[in-house]
Ligand binder design. Sequence first.
Ligand SMILES: NC(=O)c1ccc[n+]([C@@H]2O[C@H](COP(=O)([O-])OP(=O)(O)OC[C@H]3O[C@@H](n4cnc5c(N)ncnc54)[C@H](O)[C@@H]3O)[C@@H](O)[C@H]2O)c1
Ligand SMILES: [Zn+2]
Ligand SMILES: [Zn+2]
Length: 396
Amino acid sequence: MKAVTWQGRRDVRVEDVPDPRIEEPTDAVIRITSTGLCGSDLHLYEVLTPFMTPGDILGHEPMGIVEEVGPGVPDLQAGDRVVVPFQIACGNCWMCLTGLPTQCETTQVTGEGMGAALFGYTRLYGAVPGAQAEYLRVPQAQFGPMKVPEGPPDDRFVYLSDVLPTAWQAVEYAGVPPGGTLAVLGLGPIGDMACRIAKARGAERVFGIDLVPERLARADRDGVETYDLRTFDDEKALVHAIHDETGGRGPDAVIDAVGTEAHGSAAAKLAQTATGLLPRKLSGPLAERFSIDRLGALHMAIDLVRRGGTISLSGVYGGTADPMPMLTLFDKQIQLRMGQANVRRWCDEIMPYLTDEDPLGVDDFATHRLPLAEAPHAYDMFQHKQDGAIKILMQP
Ligand SMILES: NC(=O)c1ccc[n+]([C@@H]2O[C@H](COP(=O)([O-])OP(=O)(O)OC[C@H]3O[C@@H](n4cnc5c(N)ncnc54)[C@H](O)[C@@H]3O)[C@@H](O)[C@H]2O)c1
Ligand SMILES: [Zn+2]
Ligand SMILES: [Zn+2]
């Protein structure tokens, strides 16, 4: 089959790889009909390079049709239409039963000291072949895949794999009080969807911050009060402007939907680039011990949120040597909540929003639909935010 493979920093290629097969009784194989390109894939494209191996299959946002199931998957059969969560979890261990499938004790990548395995996401998360491919082997298929009705387009359901539960959890963790205010840093797919969900769930005012015109414009159309980082002298000035709008205090909650590639700190960019460019043998251990993030967005979130407020972090940070403003975090008595999305935990609550009325606008959420064969172009376009690319779906 054809699959999108990682070959090196900013080098992905569509290659022929062996078809996946059922290997365990709890496996399923699905034929992918739509598969998303995510901001998280951009980390692999560039900063998380030391944790990748050439040939790794990328992708973690699939939906499709079940081809084959193992004997341990009673509720699925060939022909079922399913969407598959990006994380692999058993549904039955202590963590899964607590609503934390991100920490699944059956699939945890203990050798790397990490939580539940993920599709297509480095050896830290189990080096599981990913979903930007014609077919996908789905481990723990007795729990992960969700059946969805025939009829509506893939766009209606594909975001249940990642964007919707991630944005939902971001809003849930933000805990905006009734009539409260929320600021969302980053208006990529995750931040944009978090704004929509927050408004649908009754947040009074939502402030959205980014620096890409079409991303700001799209949020603006949805009633978000948008702020273009580029029009302020510095981040302090932007923080000031939003404080002025919120009684001088700051919003009740801030969602960071940016993560480690924030525009800002040049020093960290240099260090990231240096570890990314070292020969593999050196860069793996070095990156693990010394990798740092660009914390620009997180620092801005800390300045922006009101005292006693909540920061909800959905942007991915991967560094191990980051200096944090602990003094300010403590002094402002901020609540900091974070983590990968616990996908299955939220999907039942999200489902009622996926109707023909389409209150979250999922049917038109994708800005680009491309054949899988054009993946290298898709990655490049998404990274450079060209051609109005906000969300890209690929069709094998
Ligand atoms: N927690 C999870 O389970 C989970 C799931 C999916 C994605 N993510 C993470 O969420 C983040 C966003 O994902 P995405 O798909 O929307 O990616 P994206 O890269 O398209 O979006 C990031 C946005 O942040 C903007 N930005 C950059 N620096 C900024 C700054 N200093 N202030 C404000 N905005 C800034 C960029 O212009 C961009 O629009 C990524 O870090 C991704 O890895 C987490
Ligand atoms: Zn994703
Ligand atoms: Zn589990």
